[in-house]
Ligand binder design. Structure first.
Ligand code: ADP
Ligand code: MG
Length: 557
């Protein structure tokens, strides 16, 4: 048996291990190359990839370039032009400072650098294959640097197994470019995928850049945030409560313009949105925290995604203040001006339905024009166009009426007898007092049988068939469908939930044909509601398109 021997790893092995930390996937190569371009003061960065980055990654910039004498050094580990002394490490403001990226990339791919430094008449080309020294020669080149990476991970096929599909890897590269583009609006970015230009972002003012990168819908609903305390500065843009997203995919945090990931920053950002966004929805944010570099330990993670703060508390505090301040003009109930996109939900704590406290102020009831696809009512008012979801609108109307006028139950001329299974009977018995509260009177009538004696007046008006056996049975089924979730609700929350369930069951559905009078009647009722902007579940009941917006879309302004 061989005796164990301690061996020093050959340098090419050591560098491949390090490479694994820096170069995980094509997107991490793109990240390093884009950072180098930005460190070089580029005002235009061009990224091109093929096959998810595996066959080709090319990043070209118009930065300061690399002097010919320095070119052979860039592939050496710990060769960097960005740090001279140990003390500098504490004060780095550039992205790179480890001198690791190009050496790491050079050990797992073929790399070609074409560059010309400011003040040099002739450029330089360097070609390097894994485990071979670079070949350096004069070449014509524009000012700046172009780095081409071919056959990524060919020498370490095992790494390729950890990659996702080319489509997904492309998506990750796209995310990287977007991230830097959002943080550096003064720099032009371009992304080309398989020969097709997918992102073209000319230099622009910050909000315009956000529009280019994330779309007009987001850019039109941004609120600037700003907070300064000592040498700490929080600055950026957050979405107004009129828009939101299902995930945090549009939250971008940077510290001294370095992208970071911090779950806690997201939590602090989202707290002031409580009551302003429907439950579970996430705001958009593009936020930079500027802080003396000595307080940030960027050396924690090889990919520098996580940043450790020496001043964590004051940063979180400043972010919270900045966001709270910016959201102050937005009330925590669903008051939505006509002419805006009323995506803001009522404060539906834990998904429970809710009646907003204030009455929304709408001057005139819109005029119904037509029914669209048997699901929406098209209407106009003096501000523009409205699109009303007929089910959500009616649901909200009924819900509010059940809530406020349910104390006047309407007795049925003949009680309806409902036969249930023992389990259903048990569940329904639990609900009887709360149902009574919203005007539904039912009482036990022998074994597992209940007599429905009264229904709330608004329900009977909306749907007289509810007083018939089959529909009444359907209503009970709808109520019991969610019975397993009722136990943990407070009495008030249970009342809201049952009222919402009943409203949903009795409301006009998508697919119901409405004539002109019925369309108008529904609009009249909705405009008379306390909280017409949303249905009891927090979905919008209507969306509005202002004349300005319409004119803008037709490029009249
Ligand atoms: P780091 O960025 O940590 O210094 P890299 O391996 O990424 O290390 O780059 C090594 C050196 O190569 C840099 O310090 C810089 O001098 C030079 N360099 C790399 N890319 C560029 C570029 N696009 N423009 C100018 N110089 C560059
Ligand atoms: Mg670098």
């Amino acid at each position: 048996m061989d005796k164990a021997r301690i061996r020093v790893l050959p340098p090419e092995v050591a560098s491949r291990i390090a490479a694994g930390e820096v170069v995980e996937r094509p997107a991490s190569v793109v990240k390093e190359l884009v950072e180098n371009a930005l460190d070089a003061g580029a005002t235009a960065v061009d990224v091109e990839i093929r096959d998810g980055g595996l066959s080709l990654i090319r990043v070209a910039d118009n930065g300061i370039g690399i002097p010919r004498a320095d070119v052979p050094l860039v592939f050496e580990r710990f060769a960097t032009s960005k740090l001279q002394r140990v003390e500098d490490l504490a004060a780095v403001r550039t992205f790179g400072f480890r001198g690791e990226a190009l050496s790491a990339i050079g050990s797992v791919a073929e790399v070609e650098i074409l560059t010309r430094a400011e003040g040099e008449l002739e450029g330089t080309r360097a070609r390097k294959r894994p485990n071979e020294p670079p070949i350096v020669e004069p070449a014509a080149a524009p000012r700046g640097t172009q780095v081409t990476v071919r056959n990524l991970f060919a020498p370490v096929p095992a790494r390729r197994k950890f990659l996702k599909s080319p489509l997904r890897e492309t998506d990750l590269v796209h995310q990287v470019v977007l991230r830097y583009a959002l943080t550096f609006p003064e720099v032009a970015f371009r992304l080309t995928v398989n020969g097709r230009q997918v992102l073209t972002l000319p230099k622009a003012p910050p909000v315009q850049r956000i529009g280019q990168a994330l779309g007009r819908d987001i850019a039109d609903h941004l609120v600037e945030i700003r907070w300064e305390a000592g040498d700490l500065r929080v600055h950026g843009w957050i979405s107004s409560p009129q828009i939101s997203r299902a995930t945090r995919d549009r939250q971008f945090f940077t510290v001294n313009r370095r992208p970071i990931r911090s779950g806690l920053l997201a939590v602090i950002l989202e707290r002031p949105y409580a009551g302003r966004l429907p439950a579970g929805r996430k705001p958009v944010a593009i936020i930079d925290i500027d802080i003396d570099p000595r307080f940030v330990d960027v050396n924690v993670h090889p990919r520098k995604a996580e940043v450790r703060f020496a001043q964590e508390r004051s940063i979180y505090w400043a972010l919270a203040r900045a966001v709270e301040n910016a959201l102050k003009p937005f009330p925590t109930q669903a008051i939505v001006e006509v002419g805006e996109w009323p995506f803001a939900g009522a404060p539906v704590g834990e998904g429970a339905p809710h009646i907003a406290e204030g009455r929304a102020s709408y001057s005139v009831t819109p005029r119904a024009l037509a029914q669209l696809h048997r699901a929406y009512i098209l209407a106009e008012d003096e501000h523009g166009l409205l699109l009303v979801d007929q089910h959500a609108a009616h649901e909200q109307v009924l819900f509010e009426r059940l809530w406020t006028t349910a104390t006047q139950p309407h007795p049925l001329s003949t009680p309806v007898l409902l036969h249930l299974t023992p389990r259903e009977a048990d569940a329904l018995t639990e609900l009887l007092p709360t149902l009574q509260d919203i005007g539904i009177e039912m009482e036990p009538f022998g074994a597992n049988t209940f007599a429905l004696r009264a229904l709330p007046a608004p329900l009977i008006q909306a749907d007289p068939t509810l007083a018939q056996m089959e529909r009444a049975r359907g209503l009970v089924d709808a109520l019991l469908e969610e019975a397993h979730t009722y136990a943990r609700l407070s009495p008030d929350a249970l009342k809201e939930r049952l009222a919402a369930r009943v409203a949903c069951f009795a409301a006009i559905r998508a697919g119901d044909v409405l004539n002109g009078d019925q369309q108008q009647a529904l609009l009249d009722m909705l405009w008379d509601a306390w909280s017409p902007a949303t249905c009891p579940h927090g979905r919008p009941a209507f969306v509005a398109l202002s004349l300005e917006e319409i004119e803008r879309r037709f490029q009249r302004r």
